[in-house]
Design a protein around this ligand. Structure first.
Ligand SMILES: Cc1ncc(COP(=O)(O)O)c(C=O)c1O
Length: 490
């Protein structure tokens, strides 16, 4: 085989210019038409693959063909940035965030440590401090950007466990570490907590589920009782997880009281603010987050309510030494930062699972700097106001029922065609309505179970949403209900 004498996959400058122009045009076209699209394209399994060439090319295809197929992929996607997309927790990416991701990919820094990605590492540490300061957690917060809230929560639980286990569990394993260690979270906590307990080998049963009050906030009296009882049985409580914005209804647990319990029983206090923590930027909501600053660790996803493109989660903590316990890579010779000291020896592998890591900080940094924290905070406040407006509309209408107070930007409600219908009948009707609304493409709602009832759930973390979009969503629900009645008659 002759040895390469010039770069093999490079393209000409002219082709590069063409690629840049065409890709930018495609993005421009997408971002300027997103609001006019159906939220979800007419779709069925297999439609995407039927619409593009599925043979792996031997000799390559032209950029025109590929961008044409990209357009098809975009057209057949659900548009989470559409102004009436309210499912799950998904915010639109700002154009600035999207281009930042392109720049990060072009640079392709690998943010393992300062030595490998000096600029990216410094930016990430800066952004972590900004996030800590933004939510009034810690102006000098330590932490790292992650793929999302699930990863941030899992890292937090590992750090907590190792810090509290009292023996070198990292070395000896769980089976040599004494009686089971238990953690405590409300019945409304995100599924990633139980999943993390499973992955980390604690076991899902070691997540003690604490019932909530009528507002879906963790009952602190029951928490205290459960910790007490577990201790008396010889178990070892190690962590309390509070939610700052639950995924179902967006409520914030009583964080100060949870911090008090954690202090009283000497437990790690983790707050899952993956969705809701940025809600504290709204002055009217700040009081809900009192006590957050006492958490040992906090999850907060810029890709949820700071309008940064996926993926961008974040775990914040006060104490870097605690994180270094389980993650430090002291045995791995090949990555050692020989010849570097102090700040230049800094490594993100000491804080988390990943070694190779994307340059996530660039899009967080560019988004926050482009808009400024005041404009971001205003967008969040508007989301909160729009969710409250939806709450008002459904509360004041005879054919709707609000199922949970609107605390941040989530509104849970149901359509009630007749007051004589049972909960079971209403569950069925609303499930069908949700399906019809989702498939109809005019708006997108997901669901939640609130006090045992099926709720239509709108999570408004969307800077494109306006008052008119909220009204149109209510109309879309009524329309779906009408079609349902017509269907059942026909
Ligand atoms: C409160 C909360 N925690 C954690 C997560 C998990 O985040 P991710 O999907 O980024 O892993 C979510 C997702 O919606 C969430 O709402």
């Amino acid at each position: 085989m002759p040895l390469r004498t010039q770069s093999s996959l490079e393209i000409t400058e002219e082709s590069l210019r063409e690629l840049s122009a065409q890709a930018t045009n495609l993005v421009f076209e997408y971002l300027t038409t997103i609001s006019e699209r159906q939220v979800r394209a007419e779709n069925h399994a297999g439609k995407t693959l039927a619409a593009i060439d599925t043979d792996l090319s031997l000799d390559g295809r032209s950029i025109e063909q590929l961008l044409g197929e990209c357009r098809t992929v975009m057209d057949l996607s659900r548009h989470n940035g559409h102004p009436r997309f309210f499912g799950y927790v998904a915010s639109p990416s700002t154009p600035v965030g999207a281009y930042a991701d392109l720049i990060a990919s072009a640079l392709n820094s690998n943010i393992t440590c300062w030595r490998s990605g000096a600029a990216g590492t410094e930016l990430e540490r800066l952004v972590v401090r900004w996030l800590g300061a933004l939510i009034d957690y810690d102006r000098d917060a330590k932490g790292l950007l992650t793929s999302g809230g699930s990863m941030a929560n899992m890292i937090a639980l590992l750090i907590a466990h190792r810090r509290m286990s009292g023996v070198d569990t990292s070395r000896h394993g769980l089976w040599n570490s004494g009686p089971p260690m238990t953690l405590y979270a409300s019945e409304e906590v995100h599924l990633s907590i139980a999943k993390a307990a499973d992955i980390l080998g604690f076991g899902r049963d070691q997540v003690r589920v604490i019932a909530c009050d009528e507002r879906q906030r963790m009952r602190v009296d029951l928490l205290r009782q459960k910790i007490d009882a577990d201790r008396r049985e010889g178990l070892r409580p190690f962590c309390v997880v509070g939610s700052a914005g639950t995924v179902n209804t967006g409520v914030v647990d009583p964080l100060t009281e949870l911090a008090d319990v954690a202090a009283e029983f000497d437990l790690w206090f983790h707050v899952d603010g993956a969705y809701g923590a940025p809600g504290s930027l709204d002055e009217r909501k700040k009081h809900l987050f009192a006590g957050l600053e006492r958490a040992d660790s906090v999850s907060l996803d810029p890709h949820k309510w700071l309008y940064v493109p996926v993926d961008a989660g974040c775990l914040l903590f006060h104490d870097a030494d605690a994180a270094r316990g389980p993650f430090s890579a002291e045995d791995a010779d090949y990555i050692k930062t020989h010849g570097y000291a102090d700040e230049e020896a800094f490594a993100f592998w000491d804080y988390g699972v990943e070694l190779s890591r994307r340059f996530r900080a660039l899009k967080v940094w560019m988004t926050l700097q482009f808009y400024g924290s005041r404009r971001i905070a205003a967008a969040i406040s508007e989301d909160i106001a729009l969710a409250a407006y939806l709450g008002e509309l459904v509360s004041n209408a005879d054919d709707f029922e609000l199922l949970a107070p609107v605390e941040l930007s989530i509104c849970c409600f149901r359509y009630v065609p007749s007051r004589s219908m049972s909960d079971a009948e209403l569950d069925r009707v609303n499930e069908r309505i949700m399906e019809l609304v989702q498939k109809g493409g005019r708006a997108y709602l997901s669901n939640a179970t609130v006090n045992g009832k099926f709720a239509l759930r709108a999570c408004i973390t969307n800077f494109r949403t306006t008052k008119a979009d909220i009204e149109e969503t209510v109309a879309a629900v009524r329309n779906a209900a009408k079609n349902l009645t017509a269907d059942s008659r026909g």
